[in-house]
Structures are given as structure tokens and as C-alpha cells.
Design a protein around this ligand. Structure first.
Ligand code: FMN
Length: 175
């Protein structure tokens, strides 16, 4: 039987989807699962998404490892396939392999720019962005164990959950 609070949850909670591309060490998938857990969201890969079904969702997250300073090609291609949907709420998240002293808010937003611009062209409104470090053994880095080993860690997952809670509040604004 539903308690009053779970009934309220199901009334205020909007249907959410998290789409993730994560192949290097599944770093971004860990963040995706943390966010999806808070939002009660379904998780899909870009290949699993049917663009015509996205109208069912009130909030859609797009997450990727950062490869050559942008989102993975399958997500960028998905953004190109989306139908126009004015005001659709979306959020972006990523894991990057750069060391912490480089990776400030601007670095994260710069890596997200291409995806954000593609979504904006489709009428999507990006209401939040999140990024954290991920283990990176790309190229020569593999010869000495990589950088950001152990990331995302427990703190990163907690930060991702906190980020997801702010999304719920923003998504419910004005409803
Ligand atoms: C081919 C490739 C290119 C990468 N390019 C960048 C980059 O430009 N900037 C960066 O910060 N990290 C870069 N990385 C590191 C990844 O962003 C990082 O390891 C990320 O956590 C991988 O996410 P995933 O395990 O979800 O695929 C690159 C990794 C690979 C494999």
C-alpha cells in the first residue's frame, strides 16, 4: 500500500530518462546510475533511444565521457536525430580525464558546448550541468596507470545525487 509520502512523490515526480554513452571505463555510467536512482529515471544508450518516444518524458539527461573535448559521437548523432520539442527540459553530465587543477566549471561547460548547442537547436532547455573526474588511461597514460584513478568515487556519486535533487526541484518549478 502506498503511504501518503510515496503518493505525493509519485504525483510530483515527472517521468525522466537518462541517456548515457560510456565506454572507456564505464565511469559515466556510474554517474548515470546515481542520477537515475534519485530521479527514478529509465537508463538507455543512444542506440536504444527512439526519438519519437521522447515526448513521453518531462526531463531527459544526456551523459558522456569526454572524448577530444566533447561528447561521444553516438550522443551527438542522437541530438541530430531528435525532433523539435520547444521547452523540453534536459540536463547534461560528463566525466573527464583531465587533472583537477584544469577542470573548473568553465572547462566542464566548454566540453558540453557542442551537445548543448545541438539540443538548443531542437528547442531543448538545458536546466543543469554536472561534471566530475573519471579514470583516464587514454593513449600514453596507460603506461603509468592513468590519471584520476578510482574516480568517480563515493564523493563524486554523492555530488551527482545532490545534483539530481536540484534537477527535481527545477523540473517541478511552476507546475
Ligand atoms: C579517446 C579518448 C579521448 C579522450 N579525450 C579527453 C579529453 O579531450 N579531455 C578530457 O578531459 N578527457 C579525455 N578523455 C578521458 C575521458 O573523458 C575519461 O576517462 C572519462 O571518464 C571516460 O568516460 P567513460 O569511462 O564513461 O567512457 C579521453 C578518453 C579517451 C578514451
Amino acid at each position: 500500500m502506498e503511504t501518503t509520502s510515496t503518493m505525493q512523490d509519485s504525483m510530483t515526480r515527472k517521468k525522466a530518462l537518462v541517456v548515457v554513452f560510456s565506454y572507456h571505463h564505464n565511469n559515466t555510467e556510474k554517474i548515470a546510475r546515481a542520477i537515475a536512482g534519485v530521479l527514478g529515471a529509465e537508463l538507455q544508450t543512444p542506440e536504444e533511444v527512439h526519438p519519437e518516444k521522447l515526448r513521453e518524458y518531462d526531463l531527459i539527461g544526456f551523459g558522456s565521457g569526454i572524448y577530444s573535448a566533447t561528447f561521444g559521437a553516438p550522443l551527438l548523432a542522437l541530438a541530430d536525430r531528435l525532433s523539435f520539442d520547444a521547452g523540453k527540459k534536459a540536463f547534461l553530465f560528463s566525466t573527464y580525464g583531465a587533472p583537477g587543477f584544469i577542470a573548473d566549471k568553465k572547462f566542464i561547460e566548454d566540453n558540453h558546448r557542442q551537445m548543448r548547442e545541438k539540443l538548443n537547436l531542437k528547442g531543448y532547455q538545458v536546466i543543469g550541468e554536472f561534471g566530475c573526474a573519471g579514470w583516464n588511461t587514454n593513449s600514453f597514460l596507460k603506461y603509468f596507470g592513468g590519471i584520476n584513478k578510482g574516480r568517480p568515487d563515493e564523493n563524486d556519486l554523492k555530488d551527482a545525487e545532490t545534483f539530481a535533487r536540484t534537477l527535481t526541484e527545477k523540473n517541478n518549478e511552476g507546475k
